[in-house]
Design a protein around this ligand. Sequence first.
Ligand code: GLU
Length: 319
Amino acid sequence: MIRGRWAPSPTGLLHVGSARTALTAWLSVRSQGGVFIWRTEDLDSDRVVRDAEHEAMEDLRWLGLDWDEGPDVDGPGGPFRQSQRIPVYDRALARLYESEFLFPCSLSRADVREAVSAPEGNGLAYPAHLRPSVVRPDWFENPIAEESVRFRVDPGLVTFEDRLFGQVSTDVSSETGDFVLKRKDGIYAYQLAVVVDDAAMGITEVVRGADLIDSTPRQILLYRALGEQPPAFGHIPIAVSPDGDKLSKRHNSLTIRSLRDSGVDPGDLCGYLAWTLGLIEQRRPIQPRELVAAFAWESLTRDRLIVPNSLVDILNGLQ
Ligand code: GLU
């Protein structure tokens, strides 16, 4: 059974680029008759924006997407909000500790940057020589606030086949080094939570933005350490503004909400997304379900999407 998911962080309004990725994830699952899951990644409470989950759901429903399991429909793999899944991460972390993959780290990012001077690393990687030589015997059972928990990475290439970008090979030990699974403030890191959840929810394919492709090799190491089978991966090129910046809060006019409020028709937006993905040859109004039968990964473009500032006028036929 194919199981895919859409896993947004509720940190603000959805942009055109996120909707384009969600559409692709949904089409891939629907074209294989699979189950589509919504999971809200709300662990970083400082970044969570109230109502963002609800608004994102409304926006994607307006576009014509649906999901079979999620915070608002439940399902066997729930709960579907990461903030409600802490015991699941606790258990996974304990397993990794028992298998001796973990160690405590009291260094800050600045300490690591300072300790790793060129040519040894890129300033952010955490090389093996920074691992503590002595640790408190009860560091795991009795954690202290000054310590994060890191995952030990051994040298060696991690290779996976991306559905869009083909073969990707990385030596995580030199690219990233030992990485954090639990922050000093006790919050579980994205890398741990996403792997534990995708495994627990039986996800067979992960479709997400290409800005996360560098995370995938780290996640594959976690799958291996947990004795789980990694899913298939497909990373969708991100959307940028004409000046090349990733769409962010500054680009308010390119949120789905703003387009809706300006009278854009969902079929026109879907047609634009499908056309820029390479799924239809000419821009025309279309519904997501009309794209299901012909969906093929081979049709998708690898190019970033440059979204014109005047998108609303284009979609409203004014330009
Ligand atoms: N929560 C992540 C985000 O919104 C996506 C995680 C994923 O799809 O793996 O960027």
